[in-house]
Design a binder for this molecule. Sequence first.
Ligand SMILES: Cc1cc2nc3c(=O)[nH]c(=O)nc-3n(C[C@H](O)[C@H](O)[C@H](O)COP(=O)(O)OP(=O)(O)OC[C@H]3O[C@@H](n4cnc5c(N)ncnc54)[C@H](O)[C@@H]3O)c2cc1C
Length: 456
Amino acid sequence: LPDLATGTKFGAYCLTEPDAGSDANSGKTKAKLSEDGKHYIINGQKMWISNAGFAEIFIVFAKIDDDKNITGFIVERDTEGLTFGEEEHKLGIRSSSTRQVFFNDMKVPVENLLGERNNGFKIALNSLNVGRIKLAAANLDGQRRILAHATKYANERKQFGVAISTFGAIRKKIAEMATGIFVSEAGSYRAAKDVQDKIDELVAGGMNHQEAELKGVEEFAVEASILKVFVSDLTQNTADEGIQIYGGMGFSADAPMEAAWRDARIGRIYEGTNEINRLLAVGMLIKKTMKGQLDLLKPAMAVGKELMGIPSFDVPDYSELLSEEKAIIANLKKVFLMVSGAALQKYMMEMEKQQHLLLNASEILNQIYMAESAILRAEKHFSADSVEVAMAQLNLYKAVEKIIAAAKEGIISFAEGDEQRMMLSGLRRFTKYTNQPNIIALTEKIAAHYVEKGHY
Ligand SMILES: Cc1cc2nc3c(=O)[nH]c(=O)nc-3n(C[C@H](O)[C@H](O)[C@H](O)COP(=O)(O)OP(=O)(O)OC[C@H]3O[C@@H](n4cnc5c(N)ncnc54)[C@H](O)[C@@H]3O)c2cc1C
């Protein structure tokens, strides 16, 4: 462990197999206890293993005999029976080693069993939860670098006698890229702090540190999935707009944007594909509700009652910083409860099969979490006239538009007649601004700041 922690040795995580990707617990790699009871004999194959070319320690997941679940094993590189495929030829992250790993009667000492038998899937999932928050943080740095390159290029490249950074079309892209970074940071810091606070609370309550870390991360698995999806999708868009700002040079492998775009692509595939993470985030919320760990039903019923009532025509006092935005976030949560509550009532145990609808619900959920994170951060650290407040406002406006589209599609799919009309009118009510922000002015304010600054 000290060698891994100090980077003297590298590790690899061997879960995926040719026939077991998203369905990770279905692997065929088998472990069998040797006759003398001293070793497990492992046979099988793993695929897409990062670091395989130079890692010293491999965490290998395999099923012992006919166990239902996988078990984790610690395997050292020089173990007999451990061999590797050639380096994969990849679209991106070409400096990362990715290989197949084969186990042929590989003898692993019994004391190298990681944790408990049958408990490997839990270990694998827990490391994925941490991995998802880390993936967001790593992607964030990619976004910052893309913005720095793109702004520099836009300030230097001249067309029609002026720098292209003076054109509104380019400024809009720069403003949106910077806003994406601000929002991604806000969500990442929020989730990381929540996890840390939970761990501290559990340790203070007498739990041992290792158990507390596992439980602390598990508690925020929904947030980890939200972050992974939101930030990796955004990084791809940021890289794509980076290429666009570079024009033809963006398409050239001699300029930095081409690699940024290729490298961004993997973020949407590993640590659980973005589809799987979207389905997971909503699925976990539904499961928590079913188990009684989370009460979504009462608030969903309250929203139902509100929909039947007459809306208030009072004009609220929104003079406090971001108070209207916070009121909108509260209403967007009602949209989530309205759509997911009604869908759940309609499909009940069949809900899991309604993937299109679940993806819509996840879009609403993701946008709310990230927009709220940005607003809370802007409110806490920045003044009313700051560029950060403008970014939180711009992001919320865009989030509202995405939520309206996702919610509308969902409502129309499962509600008819009066119920549909009532929910669509609720959607309009819950996504309404009292003081509509001037989006073009906000965008220009953000662009002016970053074009002058030259980086995030
Ligand atoms: C460069 C690279 C590095 C990697 N590093 C590692 C590593 O170090 N260790 C490791 O164990 N793995 C690693 N992986 C594997 C990676 O985690 C998997 O590729 C990923 O989980 C997807 O599995 P799959 O490729 O089998 O795709 P599949 O599971 O076959 O998915 C194909 C498509 O179907 C969709 N899909 C699958 N199931 C469902 C479902 N139930 N509902 C809806 N849609 C679904 C997916 O979203 C995807 O779009 C790496 C992969 C790559 C490319």
